[in-house]
Every structure is written in C-alpha cells, then in structure tokens.
Design a protein around this ligand. Structure first.
Ligand code: FAD
Ligand code: NAG
Ligand code: NAG
Ligand code: NAG
Ligand code: NAG
Ligand code: NAG
Ligand code: NAG
Ligand code: NAG
Length: 630
C-alpha cells in the first residue's frame, strides 16, 4: 500500500513537470529479469571507486566462444516482445542467393529518390565505406559478393525504454559490441559495427508541445521530443505551434540523435546557438541499464556530456526537452560568380571576390546570419563560387541593406553581381516528407576557421594567409584530382546559445564559440567504393597534402566531430578541446567502466581498436572490436 502511495505521489510530481512519454513508462522490471537473468542491470558501485573493469580483450563475434546461442537470442526476443530483427543489407535483393528479389532491387535502385526505402532500413548507413561498402545495391552484381560487412548482426527495433534497457543489459552482460543507430547519417561509421547488436531509435517519434516550461533560468515554451524525430518532422510542428525549433537543415538528419549530441549547426546557429544548446532536460538509458533524467539538477555530469560530447558514448537518449523559440522567419539571398571574369588573363579577380565575401563573414554572423558557400573544384572552365546567405528576423528591406555593402564591394572590384529579392531558404521548412536519401561512400576533412583568421580589419596578415591557403588548396589540384571547399559561416557564441550553455557550460567543441566558418574540404573524386586499402590510403594522403597549407594557417582551429575526417590527427583535442576531453574522459570512466558504448572517435575510444583494420591501415568498422593491447 505504501509503495502504491509513493508511486502515485511520484507520478503526480512528474505529471506536474510534464510526464515522460508513455513509451518511457514501459521500463524493465525485476519480473522481466527474474525470467531472464541475461538482461540484469549492471552495478557500477561493485566495480570500486573510481570504478575499474578489466574485461575480456575482445567483444564477442558470431562464432566466438561466448557468442550467445540461437536459443538465447530467441529468449531475448521474447523479453523484447518480438522486436528483435536479424536483417540482411538492403542490397541483398540484388545479389544471387536466398534474398534475391528483382522487384525490390529495382525499387531500391530506381525509386529511392521518391521514397524512404533507405532511411526506414534497420541496417543501412548513408555513408557506406565504414561498413566496407558491403552488399551495396547495384544492378550488375557480377563478380561481387553480398556479405554483412560492418553492419550489425541483430537490431532491436526499439519502441519502448524497456527495449533499450534490455539491449544495453544484454550487450553488457554478454560482452557484445553495441551500436546505436538513429537515421544513419553519421559520416565515419559511428552507427555500424561488425558482429554487433544495434539499438535502432528511428521509430521513437513522440512529440509534446509544452506551452509553459521552467527549469533553472529557462522559463518559456518548450517541447518534449523523442529521439527518433527527424528535422523535417520538426518543420511541420513549427507551423502548428507557431514556434521555431533549432534542427539540422538537411531534412532527414535526426534532430535529437547524433546531431544534437555532437553539437549540431543549422541556419539558426548564429541566432540561437548549436543543437546541443537547445536541450533543457534529457531521458537516458545509461551503461548499467538504468533509465535516468539528466538535467541541471540531477545527473549533471551526463547533462554536460550529452550536450555536445558526442553520440553513442555515455548512454542512449530516448527523449529531450528542448527550447521553443518565437516563430522565426529566415530570408536568403544568393550570390554567385566564377573565374570566367578575368583581367588580362588572370583569375586574381575571382579570388579577390572570394576575399571580399570571406571578409564579410563577421557582418553576416554577428547579425544572426549564416551562409552556405561552395568553391567548386577546378574544372576545364576554372572555378565557380556560390553562396546562400540566410538572415533570420530581418525584413526584406533590412536584409538587403545589410548585404548591400558586400554587393557594392564586389561590383566595384568589377564582378557583375546584384542581389535578387530575398526569399525563404530552400533548406529550411522543407515539406518533402523526408524522401530521397540514398547511400554514398565519400570522405572529406574539415576545420572550424577561427574568427581571428577571417578578420581583415584587425588581423590583416592572418586573413591574407588564410585566404592564400584556401586558394592554394583549390589551385594545387588538376581537373581530375580537384578539391572543393564548402564553407558554412556561423557564430554559435555562448551569447547566442544563452542558458544553460552560457552559465553551466556544455561539452560542445569550444572552438565552435569563436569560429566564423565551418569549412569542409571534399576531393571531387571522394568516393571510395570499390577501392582497395592502398588506394584509400593514397587518396587520403592526397587530401592531407592539399589541406596542409590551410592547417598551417589555422593551427588553433578545432574540428566539428559530426563532420570530420576519421583520420584527423590529434582528434581528441581537435574534436573536443583539450579541457573538455579530459573532463569527458572522466565522465566516460565513471559512467561506462565496461566500455558498453563505443563509437569511432568517441570519448574513450582510443582504448579500443578494430583489430583487422589496424593491419590494413584503414579505419572502418569491419572487424572485431578489441581493447588496444597494453
Ligand atoms: C546529408 C547530410 C546532411 C547533414 N547536415 C548537417 C547539418 O545541417 N548540420 C549538422 O550539424 N550536421 C549535419 N550533418 C551531420 C550530422 O550531424 C551527423 O551525421 C549526425 O551524426 C547525424 O545524427 P543522426 O542521429 O541523424 O545519425 P546516426 O548516424 O543514426 O547517429 C549518429 C551518431 O549518434 C549516435 N546516436 C544517435 N542517436 C542516439 C541516441 N538516441 N542516443 C545516443 N546516441 C545516439 C549514433 O550511435 C551515432 O554514433 C549532415 C549529415 C548528412 C549525411
Ligand atoms: C552493488 O554493489 C555494491 C557494492 O558491492 C553493493 O553494496 C550493492 O548491494 C550492489 N547493488 C545491487 C543492486 O546489487
Ligand atoms: C522475434 O520475434 C518475432 C515475433 O515472434 C519474429 O517475427 C521475429 O522474426 C523474431 N526475431 C528473430 C531475430 O528471430
Ligand atoms: C518507381 O518509379 C517509376 C519511375 O518513376 C514509377 O513508374 C513507379 O511507379 C515507381 N514504383 C513504385 C512502386 O513506386
Ligand atoms: C519497427 O517498428 C515500427 C513500430 O515501432 C514499425 O512501424 C516498423 O515497421 C518496424 N520495422 C521493422 C523493419 O520491423
Ligand atoms: C506567431 O508568433 C509570432 C512571433 O512571436 C507572432 O508575432 C505572431 O503573432 C504569432 N502568430 C499567431 C497566429 O499567433
Ligand atoms: C560564369 O559566370 C557567367 C556570368 O558572369 C555566366 O554567364 C556563366 O554561365 C558562368 N559559368 C559557370 C560555369 O557557372
Ligand atoms: C592589364 O594590362 C594592361 C596592359 O599591360 C595594364 O595597363 C592594366 O593595368 C592591366 N589591368 C589590370 C586590371 O591588371
């Protein structure tokens, strides 16, 4: 009776706070565990203080001694109410064998652009080289073999917290490699893993608008959002609730999975901060299997780490409470010119135009704007530059007034450009219902260019050196081995972020706060599908070589972990910042002494290696995950 009373009281309390979603009320119980001890909770206290756990050298893989027998997997499936999947890669439909299905193969190949066939697949990642490009879909599979590659063996199609807890506990107790996949957008393979059990959060789609929410210094509108919601699904809600939520510009990027966990930039970054800055409270299944709230008052270490410190490292987020901003109109102006404008046969003028644009970065970002620019790699006709400048909150007149000096400068240089009427940007408020994704297999590298590098008025020499480095990067290439430069102008400062980041901090890369451009460098021939290890290494060496001048000019620059080169040198400091990394490593050790969660280039991942890949000198997830030999 007393228990009932207390439980009733607690549920009243949580109801007053805004209860968790119904799917979060379905949790793992003692009764479930008594039936099946393999899903028993972990006990961190039993590992000492600070906790330490030596553990087996390698995670189990199919065929290894400790790999659970089929009947044990079946038993897990029973505890999961039947949501355990054992999928083969989607492309298997195109290959001879038991999964061949010509109609399905045809649909995958020809109808992906008008469907969600890839995004609704339990295994697929949108960047496929980390899984070894295994079993990719192609019409002519002659000479190719379909294997599971780096894709998981089993997938828990989670629809309740109990499913997540059972999967975490089973993986920990059975020494299995655990993977979390949401949308599969990750660029370096954090969402796949050979021989793994995967938790698929994709179908956690609940949403609740909270008209009045207060926590810490935040008071206002908010929303409770489940971890599987995609950006386009939030665009719809923005209209309904006359509110703006900060989400990724790309429609099917998960709004509350890896994007939020790793920082998350968007067209509103300079106005409202990063994706991780939106979070007010989180619901998390931790490495011991417990389901907890992480907010400024409880589990504050997790609340810090999960806002920017990387996905798949500290726990499985099932939902978040995020800020709802006033409905924010964004208007966009595009600008384009190319190197056909020469003076006396020289393309200097093109580069002076690019200088003028980059010199304008702080004006754009400090007025709350962002810009998405492309310097396309050398072609037979030279170089092209284009950008889309996106400014929230401004009327069309104010918008044009803000950009007029840039257009005037360019015109005065002799570059014939004029702004058209500003219009809503194409990558915001999209209504395509998230269709059209298909996998690719490219690699790239990136840098967060510091404000100091792009401030010609205060630091002219550094500005000149930075621009010369970018020019060298593009000009060093030939039409066949060209590099493109994609720059995102943004200033997600702590002032823009507001509370809590501005007072209790966050784990987002501190180099975001003083950056002005997030720069991606893409080899035109970036696709690595079908290349052997040697060719992949050669292509990477070429990329590193081309990047060298820019590295030289931006030595203090950080790198955005969600859009990075998996072979970024000194990745701990580059992706997280030195001070944050040390703190995050401490949290990782305290919260996950077993190493249940692993993501390549995640905090603590230097303790692990994918054995088979070490010898080949490439960084994929095709191979057994083992502790680095001491
Ligand atoms: C086409 C495209 C466009 C992009 N556009 C942008 C952009 O505009 N802005 C930007 O900042 N980034 C962008 N990115 C990068 C994006 O932020 C990352 O790919 C990010 O990892 C995607 O997260 P996800 O949850 O959608 O994908 P997933 O690949 O499913 O997950 C990514 C990582 O997060 C972990 N994870 C996912 N969900 C959870 C959870 N609930 N709990 C714990 N860990 C979890 C996964 O294990 C994995 O490690 C883009 C990527 C692509 C491919
Ligand atoms: C966890 O371990 C501690 C220390 O060994 C022990 O006191 C405690 O009873 C354990 N808790 C559970 C739930 O087993
Ligand atoms: C899990 O159980 C469901 C329902 O019985 C079944 O459809 C599914 O195939 C099972 N999964 C596996 C991997 O056997
Ligand atoms: C696939 O696309 C083709 C060509 O666009 C179209 O005719 C066909 O109806 C589509 N098939 C399905 C099942 O949607
Ligand atoms: C996963 O579960 C959702 C419901 O939560 C269901 O709609 C979907 O079809 C399932 N997917 C697969 C591949 O079983
Ligand atoms: C929507 O929000 C905006 C910005 O706060 C406000 O100006 C406007 O009146 C609201 N519209 C409606 C229909 O409530
Ligand atoms: C280059 O710019 C000129 C206008 O200045 C335009 O006519 C031409 O189409 C552009 N070329 C390319 C390749 O974009
Ligand atoms: C082009 O060349 C002519 C003749 O050498 C010179 O007078 C002129 O200044 C040059 N123009 C530019 C823009 O360099």
């Amino acid at each position: 009776m007393r228990t009932t009373f207390i439980l009733g009281f607690i549920s009243l309390l949580t109801a007053a706070q805004g209860a968790n979603f119904p799917f979060e009320a379905e949790v793992l119980t003692e009764a479930d565990i008594q039936d099946f001890p393999s899903i028993t909770f972990g006990n961190i206290s039993a590992l000492g203080n600070p906790p330490s756990y030596a553990g087996p050298e390698c995670k189990e893989i199919p065929g290894s001694e400790g790999w659970p027998a089929d009947d044990e997997w079946a038993r897990l499936n029973t505890s999961l109410g039947g949501v355990l999947l054992k999928p083969v890669p989607l492309g298997a439909a195109c290959y001879d064998g038991e999964h061949r299905d010509d109609a399905k193969c045809d649909f995958i190949l020809n109808n992906a652009s008008t469907s969600r066939v890839w995004i609704n697949d339990p295994l697929s990642a949108l960047t496929t080289w980390p899984a070894g490009d295994a079993c990719y879909a192609v019409a002519d599979t002659e000479g190719l073999e379909c294997t599971q590659g780096g894709y998981p063996v089993y997938v828990v199609n989670a629809s309740t917290v109990k499913h997540v807890q059972a999967a975490v506990n089973f993986a920990r107790n059975k020494n299995l490699r655990l993977v979390i996949k949401n949308t599969g957008h990750d660029f370096i393979g954090r969402n796949v893993g050979f021989g793994s059990l995967s938790i698929w959060t994709h179908w956690l789609k609940d949403f609740e608008f909270l008209p009045e929410y207060s926590i810490g210094e935040y008071q206002g509108r908010a929303a409770r959002v489940a971890a599987g919601i995609e950006s386009w699904e939030m665009f719809e809600r923005m209209e309904t609730h006359n509110a703006t939520f900060v989400v990724a510009g790309a429609y099917t990027v998960g709004a509350y999975g890896g994007w939020m966990a790793g920082g998350g930039h968007s067209a509103l970054a300079s106005t409202y901060g990063l994706g991780s800055d939106q979070v007010l409270s989180l619901q998390v299944v931790t490495a011991d299997g417990q389901f907890v709230t992480a907010d400024p008052n409880q589990n504050v270490d997790l609340f810090y780490a999960l806002r920017g410190g990387g996905g798949s490292t500290y726990g499985v987020v099932t939902s978040a409470v995020v800020k709802a901003h006033p409905y924010t109109q964004i208007l966009s102006t595009s600008l384009a010119f190319n190197s056909s404008i020469t003076t006396n046969g020289s393309i200097d003028l093109f580069w002076r135009g690019f200088d003028a644009y980059h010199a304008y970065s702080s004006t754009i970002a400090d007025n709350g704007g962002t810009a998405y620019s492309f310097l396309s790699g050398r072609t037979s006709t030279g170089f092209t530059f284009s950008t889309s400048i996106e400014l929230p909150h401004l009327s069309p007149t104010a918008h044009l007034a803000l950009l007029q000096p840039l257009f005037t400068t360019l015109t005065n240089l002799g570059i014939p450009v004029a702004p058209g009427p500003p219009s809503p940007p194409t990558n915001w408020l999209d209504r395509t219902h998230g269709i059209g994704d298909r996998p690719g297999s490219s690699r790239f590298a990136s840098r967060l260019l510091p404000r100091a590098n792009l401030s010609p008025a205060t630091n002219p020499a550094l500005f000149t050196a930075t621009q010369a480095a970018i020019r060298a990067l593009l000009e060093a290439s030939s039409a066949s081995s060209a590099f493109s430069f994609h720059g995102i102008t943004l200033a997600p400062t702590l002032a823009a972020a507001g509370w809590p980041a501005n007072s209790i901090g966050s784990a987002a890369n501190p180099r975001f706060r003083d950056a002005l451009v997030h720069a991606d460098v893409f080899p035109s021939a970036g696709g690595v599908r079908g290349r052997d290890a040697g060719a992949v290494r050669d292509a990477h060496a070429l990329l590193e070589g081309a990047l060298a001048p820019l590295r030289g000019a931006t030595q203090a620059a950080g790198v955005y972990l969600n859009e990075c080169d998996v072979e970024e040198p000194g990745w701990q400091t580059a992706l997280f910042g030195e001070v944050n990394y040390a703190r995050l490593q401490g949290i990782k050790r305290e919260r996950d002494p077993w190493g249940v969660f692993y993501a390549v280039r995640g905090v603590g991942s230097e303790a692990w290696e994918v054995r088979e890949e070490v010898d080949r000198g490439v960084v994929t997830q095709v191979g057994r995950l083992c502790r680095v030999r001491g």
